[in-house]
Design a protein around this ligand. Structure first.
Ligand SMILES: [Cu+2]
Length: 395
């Protein structure tokens, strides 16, 4: 009795000391760790990750997460639970990893940089997560999960089956994703814009286990969803920290008080990185500032007419138009010329159309095909505009 009251008052003092966010009702984290891009891990960091993943496989954690994801599949896709649930889910994976070694931090994969030729990404080599499954049985024989046997939903070799005959079609470029982040003002827009584009294309084009409801069998799942979470955070920092609207799992509308499937915790508990259990940030967009890529801003502003820029990249348009005064316009112009010169030394290489989601994958999720095609076509329209303006993507 005495002991617990001491604990309670200690907790109360601690919470008062660090401050409670009114919208979240959770204490600020006393320390924050940083999730890094996989290719920026040091070899000792990567060795630690590898040994923890092997232990988690041995102890059945891959099986458990694949099972959970598959069991709750219908509730966590195609509605506004998509982002909060997957943030909580990847955090849960990381939490389990930390039980093996507190140094486990879930990396992400900046997939957009590899959009043009995904198969040539260094991430998909034997040094990291390995490549395509071998011909015939599609078993993956290199990388961190080489020759693993999975046990959910049945015993099978860990598999990948790259789309487009082993040459996965291109993904979404950083510019197309930046368009969603800048233009979307509601979760009703942002969720399908990401879920039906980059999210789906990576699942489908990696294929094998990644194609299925039990996709967490492939550790790429965690890299992929950490990246999508990073994009959500970037959007949140862009004036949408508490934006949550649209459909809930099983009908009705979602709110910050809605309960996340399986976890039975309110959506609000995962909204703000740096509070509650969400004691992490992403290397490329730390908690303290809203992040746009200033180089991308400059390239887009140089390539697109002002009205087109304002329609597709309103934040970039504001930055450029608001900040350029007569005094500095010359220096900005010379900076742009300098950048263009470097970029223009490469021949113009138009941005390719990303692959469309397959009918079978759309059906498996119960997505509305027309909605998916609408989002895909909108992105293709932007790609047409960028290519027509001879915009040179540096990636
Ligand atoms: Cu999922």
């Amino acid at each position: 009795m005495k002991f617990s009251s001491v604990l309670m008052s200690a907790a109360a003092i601690g919470m008062a000391a660090v401050g409670i966010n009114a919208q979240q009702n959770q204490p600020a984290c006393s320390s924050i760790y940083t999730r890094k891009e996989i290719l920026s891990l040091t070899s000792s960091e990567w060795n630690l990750v590898k040994s923890i993943l092997a232990a988690m496989q041995r102890d059945g954690w891959f099986r458990w997460f694949a099972y959970l994801h598959n069991q709750w599949f219908g509730s966590i896709h195609g509605n506004s639970q998509f982002f909060p649930f997957h943030r909580r889910f990847v955090y849960e994976w990381e939490r389990v990893g930390k039980m093996y070694n507190s140094g486990y931090i879930q990396p992400y994969w900046d997939e957009m940089r590899d959009y043009r030729v995904p198969a040539s990404s260094p991430v998909l080599t034997s040094n990291w997560v390995g490549g395509n499954g071998r011909s015939g049985d599609r078993c993956v024989v290199n990388g961190v999960q080489a020759n693993w046997m999975m046990t959910y939903p049945n015993n099978h070799c860990f598999s990948r089956n790259f789309g487009n005959n082993g040459n996965p079609s291109s993904w979404y470029s950083p510019e197309t994703i930046q368009n969603f982040i800048q233009r979307d003002t509601t979760m009703t827009q942002f969720r399908p814009d990401i879920e039906y584009t980059l999210h789906g294309v990576v699942h489908i084009n990696i294929g094998g286990d990644m194609y299925q409801g039990y996709s967490p069998n492939d550790w790429i799942f965690m890299l992929h969803h950490a990246n999508l979470d990073r994009l959500w955070w970037q959007w949140q920092q862009n004036g949408h920290l508490w934006t949550m609207d649209g459909p809930n799992a099983g009908g009705g509308s979602i709110s910050l008080d809605s309960s996340m499937p399986y976890f039975n915790e309110p959506v609000r508990s995962v909204m703000q990185l740096g509070y509650g259990n969400m004691c992490f940030q992403y290397a490329s967009n730390p908690i303290s500032r809203r992040s746009l890529d200033p180089d991308m801003d400059q390239r887009l502003a140089a390539a697109l007419p002002k009205d087109v820029l304002a329609e597709w990249f309103p934040e970039t348009a504001k930055t450029e138009i608001a900040n350029i005064t007569d005094n500095i316009v010359n220096s900005v112009n010379s900076a742009i010329a300098e950048v263009s010169e470097i970029i223009n030394s490469k021949p113009f290489n138009p941005i390719p159309y990303p692959a469309r989601l397959t009918e079978s994958w759309i059906k498996m999720h119960g997505f509305d095909t027309a909605e998916v095609r609408k989002v895909e076509n909108q992105s293709r329209k932007l790609i047409d505009i960028l290519n027509k303006a001879k915009y040179r993507s540096p990636y």
